[in-house]
Write a protein that binds this ligand. Structure first.
Ligand SMILES: [Zn+2]
Length: 234
């Protein structure tokens, strides 16, 4: 893996669910905001189908608040939620591409970030439909946003996205050395308390989980802690 390029100033993170950024990438976000980069979050749903023992409308409210709190921990103030997409049933298609292109035109990022959209996480665990569909839509919307002839009623074209990168991919190509930002990433994940409790994994340890995966990624490139990304140039 090569070092993640750092010659950019604005990133837009686009993910399906509250918690997607915190299960791996938040330490890198903390590093970037600390160094003065602007990072904004766009959530496609509120993760309303994510807690088995809680009804969707209540879960949506709880998880939106958890996501806003976890963003604050890593220095992110801009957190937006789309309407009209259903947790667990996010469809790849023109309506999603349009919503993402509109957001990209408004935020004008140099970099768009999301999580693994490949079929697996590298083992035998199949990746869920929402993540798979969102990855394709993010890549396509970054291109759509630049095309003046697409979505002509939806904002000024923005051709400035140079990189799209996806954390936790089994085909990672680049890494961010997160050094002493592991703790911020852990604190960010801990904000998802209701979600983590709802998983019923009473022994889940955010610190142990994030630290061990960041250490393993770091070992492969000779640093203490790293977050790997699969990177595309646009
Ligand atoms: Zn997710």
């Amino acid at each position: 893996m090569e070092p993640f390029p750092e010659s950019w100033s604005r990133a837009l993170c686009i993910v399906a669910h509250p918690d997607d950024l915190e299960y791996g990438m938040a330490g890198a976000i903390a590093k970037w905001t600390t160094s003065g980069k602007q990072v904004a979050y766009l959530l496609i749903t509120r993760g309303e189908a994510g807690i088995d023992g809680m009804a969707p409308d209540e879960t949506a409210r709880v998880r939106e608040a958890e996501e806003r709190a976890s963003a604050r921990v890593v220095g992110v103030e801009s957190v937006e939620f789309l309407e009209g997409h259903v947790d667990g049933l996010i469809e790849y298609g023109v309506p999603l591409r349009r919503d993402l292109a509109v957001a990209i035109r408004r935020h004008r990022p140099d970099v768009v970030l999301s999580i693994n959209f490949r079929e697996t996480w590298g083992g035998r665990s199949f990746n869920m439909a929402d993540h798979r569909n969102v990855g394709w839509a993010v890549l396509d919307a970054a291109r759509d946003a630049a095309n003046r002839w697409l979505f002509t009623d939806a904002g000024e074209p923005w051709a400035g996205v140079r990189i799209a990168a996806f954390s936790s991919s089994p085909q990672s190509t680049h890494y961010v050395d997160i050094g002493d930002h592991v703790e911020s990433g852990v604190a960010s994940l801990r904000e998802h308390a209701a979600y983590i409790a709802g998983l019923g994994q009473d022994d889940f340890d955010p610190d142990g989980f994030l630290r061990s995966s960041a250490r393993a990624a770091g070992e492969s490139v000779g640093v203490d802690y790293a977050v790997p990304f699969e990177l595309f140039e646009l």
